[in-house]
Design a protein around this ligand. Structure first.
Ligand code: AMP
Length: 209
């Protein structure tokens, strides 16, 4: 099954994808994670995108499409994938059509106020990438990952100024994809508000239909 997770930053796409991959046995492909890994490793791509990401803007389409094209040639994608955070623009969606078919596009519907609270409280493990929230999903010990004891940090783009830019960018460049995929008949919109297990349940019900 080939799935796209669509929705504003902080809609819970990464959290639900992490939970869903176990049930569906599909790789979770997050362009944000791929870019963050490039930044962490200091690759030429990482150096190009570091500033753009920190400010909350979008990486140019050509670089992003190239990255996804390469990722979708690996062997683990044979049975499908969950694409999280791609496409984010209409040109990216058009390019994806030339690379692979898509079964369902899952749109996580979450109001702006909730998104801001989720992003500002999000903490991520520096070692394994596991996502926490200071109130909604706290680690057992403050600032420390439950899985591997890694340090939890706040992403640069989860700081207030960048959150504002990301939401504006989402509205202007990514939200039009809801209508775009709606016309193609592959869109499923689910309520993204609530505990991760609740949202996962809605997602599983929706894709079984
Ligand atoms: P995310 O983890 O999905 O919130 O992505 C973090 C950042 O990576 C975004 O704010 C962008 O700067 C960049 N990024 C991730 N996916 C894309 C994409 N499909 N197109 C352009 N930039 C992206």
């Amino acid at each position: 099954m080939k799935l796209i997770f669509l929705g504003p930053p902080g809609a819970g796409k990464g959290t639900i994808a992490d939970l869903a991959v176990e049930a569906l046995c599909l790789p979770h492909i997050s362009t944000g994670d791929l870019f963050r890994a490039a930044v962490k490793d200091g690759t030429p791509l990482g150096l190009k995108v570091k500033g753009i990401m920190a400010s909350g803007g979008l990486v140019p389409d050509e670089l992003t499409i190239e990255l996804v094209k390469e990722r979708l040639t690996r062997r683990d994608v044979e049975k499908g994938w969950i694409l999280d955070g791609f496409p984010r623009t209409v040109p990216q969606a058009e390019a994806l059509e030339g690379i692979a078919g898509v079964d369902k596009v899952v749109n996580f519907d979450v109001a702006d106020a909730i998104v801001v609270d989720r992003l500002a409280g999000r903490r991520v493990c520096r070692a394994c990438g596991k996502i926490y929230h200071v109130k909604n999903m706290p680690p057992k010990k403050e600032g420390v990952c439950d899985v591997d004891g890694g340090e939890l940090y706040t992403r640069d783009d989860d700081k207030e100024a960048a959150i504002k830019v990301r939401l504006e960018t989402y509205r202007r460049q990514t939200a039009p994809l809801i209508e775009w995929y709606g016309k193609k008949g592959t869109l499923l919109t689910i309520d993204g508000v609530g505990a991760p297990a609740e949202v996962l349940g809605r997602f599983e019900k929706a894709i079984r239909k």
